[in-house]
Design a binder for this molecule. Structure first.
Ligand code: GDP
Length: 589
């Protein structure tokens, strides 16, 4: 039986060595061997520690002590607030997922338009990561994320934001890989699934096939006795949208979604960007409590005093409650996407909380090696080809999504090397960095000023701008694919058995034999096989039928061969010559 050791999420190398009762140098050496360069006081994460213990074949089992500071404090806050807190109903938070081009964006737009309470507010349409609508006097919050990548990124930040996932399936296309991914995702997250069969207006629409496919993948629909709600819709003609929204409300009712109302507000930052004249702008989704103007707020290492609150439709408000997306100004620095925010009572408290987090983050950043990094290093092929890129995006949330999605393209052979990233338009600095690192600049929802564009084309710096995340990812995929070494394919097209050897020099063999399979041509590549062993690789320089040179000689014929060899090879009667072509085929990722 192995001994179990409890360690935290992060542990210093020194502490781990002590717990494992091995010299620090042994541990450092093993980490080093695995590509993790650390010193005794640096910290490694739990998964890395676990891998190293396995590599060292130590008789220990590591278990994680759940003392992730952020989580812990979050739990504590939740617990302390739960006592005596008043629970109130809250709107459901809905995410839309599905295969590319099945109509996620169109559906989100159609739903937004269906909002009767919206009025003329807003005006400027800009990318907002969430919106809230009102149907029959009830509110629904939609995460307006570009596909599932952003949602996945949010989830990776530990956010269980969503109550319902609408999976969009095009009625004319059926279930596709990303649909399955979305189903798996939603199931894993334990959220309610509603399937919207979209594009019902198309003549090729075949909803029954979709239902069939759904049941094949473990989603049994209601009309067949299961519990998956399916709503046929058309984002284009808006048919079925009201029914879809009714279903969302129904599912939410069943779930009895509640949140504590009388506690200090807390939630998650789902977007953050700088705005000229207004400073840091954060969009947050409130999880519990009520956020009010003038309150002190902390999100990771950022803090501030709420200067203004707006709905994502740009209406000024004074208070925002649970499940509401809200635009906050007043942070002193840009908070991180996916960070939890919470309200504290005093400015002093806000400052010290933010400082503490900032310090912890800095500390962990210097010494951290993540397990995935380590796994990649362990499995590393020395010849990993890297694609250097610089990523610019409109907001922090999409920047994280782009980077996370790009990372999913990597494999043992190719990797994305992010030499720079940031929020905002392409600038001189980016060009300079791209020139020195030979990187491609990818811009997501950002612009390039005319002067910079000119400069880029003069210096032949590649800048590619995208508005759609998967198009950007596809482009990078193609670039990465070009780094893949081509696959070499050999195809045998003829065999000959040697009947006599006439001349052998250092570089040449003249022999004769019978073609036993296919045909022999010249010039061609060939290998010589004796008793199943390949004894030489040669080139067929010429083929003769009798005294005459022949282009090709077929099965059953006798012929003479002039073979070019790289060193002296003694061929014998009975050896087999196999002629083949060798092609390199470009691979795609
Ligand atoms: P996404 O990639 O899932 O966000 O898909 P989009 O919303 O961008 O839609 C992809 C394409 O399908 C666009 O050309 C849309 O106009 C079209 N589309 C979306 N919904 C419908 C629909 O209900 N009916 C028809 N006929 N076309 C649709």
């Amino acid at each position: 039986m192995s001994t179990t050791i409890e360690i935290k999420d992060m542990i210093t190398v020194g502490e781990l060595a002590e717990k494992l009762m091995i010299p620090t140098t042994t541990l450092i050496a093993e980490l080093f061997k695995n590509g993790v360069m650390v010193t005794v006081n640096e910290r490694i994460d739990f998964e890395t520690a676990q891998i190293i213990v396995e590599e060292l074949k130590l008789d220990f089992e590591l278990t994680k002590k759940s003392s992730d500071d952020a989580l812990q404090s979050r739990k504590e806050r939740k617990q302390s607030s739960a006592e005596g807190a008043v629970l109130e109903n809250r709107p459901p938070v809905v995410a839309v997922m599905g295969h590319v081009d099945h109509g996620k964006t169109s559906l989100l737009d159609a739903i937004r338009e269906a909002d009767v309470a919206k009025g003329e507010a807003g005006g400027i349409t800009q990318h907002i990561s969430a919106y809230q609508i009102e149907v029959k006097g009830k509110k629904i919050t939609f995460l307006d994320t570009p596909g599932h990548e952003a949602f996945a990124a949010l989830r990776e930040h530990g956010a269980q934001l969503t109550d319902v996932v609408i999976i969009v399936v095009a009625a004319d296309d059926g279930i596709k890989p990303q649909t399955l991914e979305a189903i798996r995702f939603a199931k894993k997250a334990g959220v309610r699934i509603i399937v919207a069969i979209n594009k019902m207006d198309k003549p090729e629409a075949n909803p029954d096939r979709v239902k069939q496919q759904l049941s094949e993948h473990g989603l049994l629909i209601e009309e067949w006795g299961g519990d998956t709600v399916v709503v046929p819709v058309s984002a284009q003609t808006k048919v079925g949208i009201p029914e879809l929204l009714d279903m969302v409300l129904l599912v939410a009712d069943i779930e009895e979604l509640k949140a504590e109302a009388t506690v200090p507000a807390r939630g998650l930052i789902i977007e953050a960007h700088m705005e000229q004249g207004r400073g840091p702008i954060a969009v947050a989704l409130i999880e519990a409590g009520e956020l009010k103007k003038g309150q002190f707020i902390v999100a990771g290492s950022s803090q501030g005093k709420v200067r203004s609150l707006e709905t994502t439709q740009a209406e000024t408000i004074d208070v925002a409650g649970a499940s509401t997306p809200v635009v906050i100004t007043g942070f002193r620095s840009l908070p991180e996407f996916g960070e939890e925010f919470y309200v504290v009572s005093t400015e002093k408290e806000a400052r010290s909380a933010a400082e503490k987090t900032g310090f912890a983050q800095k500390e962990s950043k210097t010494g951290v090696s993540s397990s995935s990094q380590l796994m990649r290093m362990i499995n590393r092929n020395i010849n990993v080809q890297e694609l250097p890129v610089i990523i610019k995006a409109d907001v922090k949330g999409s920047l994280t999504s782009v980077i996370d999605s790009l990372k999913t393209l990597e494999n043992e052979e190719v990797a994305i090397k992010i030499v720079g990233s940031g929020v905002g338009a392409i600038n001189e600095n980016d060009l300079h960095l791209a020139a020195t690192s030979n990187a491609i600049i990818y811009g997501f929802n950002v612009t390039i000023p005319a002067g910079i564009k000119q400069h880029a084309s003069r210096d032949k710096i590649i800048v590619r701008l995208y508005q759609v995340i998967y198009e950007l990812i596809d482009d990078a995929k193609e670039e990465l694919g070009q780094l893949l070494a081509p696959e070499v394919v050999e195809k045998e097209f003829g065999r000959l058995v040697i009947k006599g050897v006439f001349k052998t020099t250092k570089t040449e063999v003249i022999c004769g034999g019978e073609v036993t399979k296919g045909k022999i041509t010249a010039p061609a590549l060939a290998r010589v096989v004796r008793n199943k062993d390949v004894i030489a690789e040669v080139e067929v320089m010429s083929v003769k039928r009798g005294p005459q040179e022949a282009k090709e000689v077929f099965e059953g014929d006798m012929c003479g061969l002039q073979l070019k060899t790289s060193s002296k090879v003694e061929l014998e009667e009975g050896d087999r010559v196999e002629v083949f072509t060798r092609e390199s085929i470009t691979r795609t990722l």
